[in-house]
Design a protein around this ligand. Structure first.
Ligand SMILES: Cc1cc2nc3c(=O)[nH]c(=O)nc-3n(C[C@H](O)[C@H](O)[C@H](O)COP(=O)(O)OP(=O)(O)OC[C@H]3O[C@@H](n4cnc5c(N)ncnc54)[C@H](O)[C@@H]3O)c2cc1C
Length: 282
């Protein structure tokens, strides 16, 4: 199918983005790498009269660390994150995650910001960013607000971002030198069927565990029972971890479909969580 005719706008200042977004209200979309946008426009799942290309704004391409926070601009692609020496040094697990998103073609064009805003349920970043307690900055002519990734997703393809808000930056705290993190997933047809992120503080053996599962329900899911079990300082065994992790999956409303049955994906999350924890404790 061909997309509906639309006008393509090329702002080269952030202010122009806000002006255009305000002017065209609900008849526009932002366009970054285009990896999801093109498909949506062609299939007419996205039906808008105006496309605002944001790729001509250099300040959105920065990766930097400021005050213990890794800041990734809206135009930074997955491959740029994977190849960034800065990310590799301050958060190697996130560089590794980025290096395994999709395929090289998608990684080279697709941005992390676009991934989060599109909110496709089979995605790697949300669980890991939730476990790392990351947040995003949303900007519009009304000003700027911060939203934690843990509160950003509302469900498949839905976030708390208003249409006119532009996600300008992803911010990940990296000041804790004792933090260890790992992300593990099982992939089918280029996308994860399930992914689990484990974050812990190596200086506090029984504290600060965060285990989050993704690609299952449309929002990152905290594995509350597993976190409580780990934070209680229970003696760890793989069998015990599997049992507790499995309990976490019981209440989840997992999406059924091409990426696997509900039971299979719950099983994947259980196994990935247990493995991630075992890996975290060496
Ligand atoms: C074949 C294939 C395989 C994939 N496999 C994986 C995978 O294994 N793991 C994974 O995590 N992801 C996967 N993806 C998703 C991929 O990560 C995203 O397509 C990509 O990151 C989207 O970024 P983009 O810059 O291309 O966004 P675009 O396509 O340009 O935009 C996507 C949406 O986000 C909006 N948008 C973009 N940027 C902003 C912004 N800054 N502020 C507000 N709204 C914005 C657009 O309006 C649009 O609605 C896959 C995609 C494809 C096509």
């Amino acid at each position: 199918m061909k997309p509906r005719r639309f006008e393509f706008h090329n702002p080269d200042h952030l202010d122009e983005i806000w002006e255009l977004a305000e002017k065209y209200e609900d008849d526009f979309m932002f366009y970054a790498g285009g990896t999801e946008a093109i498909i949506g426009l062609k299939e007419r799942v996205i039906d808008v009269g105006h496309v605002i290309n944001v790729k001509n704004i250099p300040e959105l391409s920065a990766i930097r660390v400021e005050d213990g926070v890794l800041r990734i601009g809206a135009l930074v692609t997955h491959q740029e994150i994977a190849d960034s020496e800065l990310v590799q040094s301050v958060l190697p697990s996130y560089a590794a995650l980025s290096n395994n998103v999709a395929n090289i073609r998608v990684r080279n064009a697709g941005t992390l910001a676009g991934n989060l805003c599109f909110a496709e349920p089979n995605a790697d970043p949300p669980a890991m960013l939730a476990a790392l307690n990351a947040y995003v900055e949303l900007c519009s002519s009304d000003g700027k607000r911060q939203v934690h990734i843990r509160e950003f997703f509302d469900g498949p393809y839905t976030t708390v971002r208003e249409d006119h808000e532009f996600l300008s930056e992803i911010a990940i705290p990296v000041s804790d030198k004792n933090q260890f993190s790992v992300y593990r997933k099982i992939v089918y047809l280029n996308r994860p069927s399930a992914g689990v992120a484990v974050v812990r503080n190596t200086a506090q053996p029984h504290g600060n565990w965060e285990v989050w599962a993704g690609s299952l329900t449309g929002v990152p899911e905290r594995m509350n029972q597993l976190c409580a079990y780990l934070n209680d300082g229970q003696a760890l065994s793989e069998a015990g971890l599997l049992e507790v992790a499995q309990q976490d999956t019981v209440e989840w409303d997992v999406l059924d479909g091409v990426y696997g049955s509900v039971d299979y994906r719950k099983h994947l999350a259980t196994v990935l969580a247990a493995r991630g924890v075992m890996e975290s404790i060496g």
